[in-house]
Design a protein around this ligand. Sequence first.
Ligand code: 5GP
Ligand code: ZN
Length: 113
Amino acid sequence: MDCLFCRIIAREIPASVVYEDDRVLAFNDINPQAPTHVLVVPKRHIASLAELAAEDDAIVGEMVRRAAAIAESRGIAAGGYRTVFNTNRDAGQTVFHIHLHLLGGRAMHWPPG
Ligand code: 5GP
Ligand code: ZN
């Protein structure tokens, strides 16, 4: 499968890994948009939120809780952070392997651009 994040999970492409278990990998974004910019991905390929099935509820919950734990470990949880799933063209999704952006360490603005 020609998927960038599957190749990172397979260690065919290097990444700065911040967390790993049997189901989830988290690594630093190559083009960070904040002092903390981590991508949390399932090891099992899911293309986007649009592809989610009921059986994926547990893995999505794990991704969200992992992002919260990483924010806590980085000391940015109390100050606040943003978690984002970009889905399809208008949201700017560029990698079609579902990923949760964890952004923090600076003030975020709303509405987003
Ligand atoms: P999207 O725009 O699909 O929501 O987010 C994709 C993210 O993946 C972008 O923030 C981009 O910087 C990041 N990215 C793209 N290629 C690589 C890569 O090879 N390594 C890492 N660590 N991040 C990547
Ligand atoms: Zn993939």
